[in-house]
Design a protein around this ligand. Sequence first.
Ligand code: PLP
Length: 285
Amino acid sequence: MVVDVNLLPLPSNGQTPVRVLTIAGTDSGGGAGIQADTRTMAMCGVHACVAVAAVTVQNSVGVSGFHEIPPQVVADQVRCVVGDIGIGAVKTGMLASTAIIEAVADVCREVGIGKNGTIPLVVDPVAASMHGDPLLHTEALDALRHTLIPLATVVTPNLDEVRLLTGVDVEDDDAARHAARELHKLGAQWAIVKGGHLRSSQVSTDLLYDGTDFLEFTAPRIATGNDHGGGDTLAAAIACAIANGYPVPAAVEFAKDWTYHCLSAAYDLGAGHGPVSPLWRLHES
Ligand code: PLP
């Protein structure tokens, strides 16, 4: 494997690593959600803190159900970790319901997480699994739009989530720019429109927009059905890079490269879609 990714530094033994908090759902199959986040964070040399928002029942074939954590318990996990451990960036993933999204937005404002605070916030607005199984109650889209995304340093929807959030169907570059403008209007400092699900192209291009300039990040498209957890991995890697001091465009460049390598190392698992894998880093010297 040719590796040109600008790797984040690994801490030396006994050295306290940079800390990143993920607020998200668990995946019993170990491929996406909190499990994808913590795998990428560990392989990026980052200590992962976790606020569980939902427990999913899922395997490689699909999600058969989920159980929501009481909103106050989600907020308490965030408050207690930020107050003690010190967090360099926060990433949100599956938040399931309006009540959880509002509790997360409230605690973010309270402890200084988000674009107006001191701790950058990466919002991955997870709505459904790659199998089409819901991970968010439909009515909770409004809470994402109006309470959480306005706090985001970066928002990272895939094309299905872009359509749900903005109504824009992205089928070409012009529509991607239009969608990025609409997402930015929701209040995020930076909006990413991920092209990974635009199957027609030979490359996968992600568009980053800050209200003024468009930046494009491109990687070769990898033809694999084993891409479970890819979106979580990208957003988690962005959070790791930001926590290491990268400006947002450099963090996205790093995360795109990181995710490309994780896709290259994806493996078969079960009867359905296998996960992307950050374990490739173990083989680098
Ligand atoms: N399960 C959980 C808990 C998730 O957070 C996510 C995505 O963010 C998924 C499943 C879906 O991952 P994928 O779309 O890669 O199947």
